[in-house]
Design a binder for this molecule. Structure first.
Ligand SMILES: [Zn+2]
Length: 74
């Protein structure tokens, strides 16, 4: 991984940079941020699905032939 301080590439097993001695493995204490990111991802996916659904409805609505066929149920 890259050293955040000097940018030197170190083996992943290294805890400290072999060049400048900086700590390579940062403590993971941003769990709430991660949850927030997941929520954002879910909302983004829902928005994409809604846009696709709206596009399908609009495309069907723009085609009179489809509406005529859908109304004929006899
Ligand atoms: Zn370094």
């Amino acid at each position: 991984m890259f050293c955040p301080k000097c940018g030197k590439i170190n083996p992943d097993k290294n805890d400290l940079c072999s060049n400048c001695g900086a700590v390579l493995h940062e403590e993971k204490e941003d769990t709430p941020m991660k949850k927030n990111g997941n929520l954002k991802a879910v909302i983004t996916i829902l928005l994409i699905v809604a846009v696709i659904a709206a596009a399908i409805v609009l495309l069907n609505g723009c085609d009179p032939g489809n509406i005529m066929q859908d109304n004929v149920t006899f």
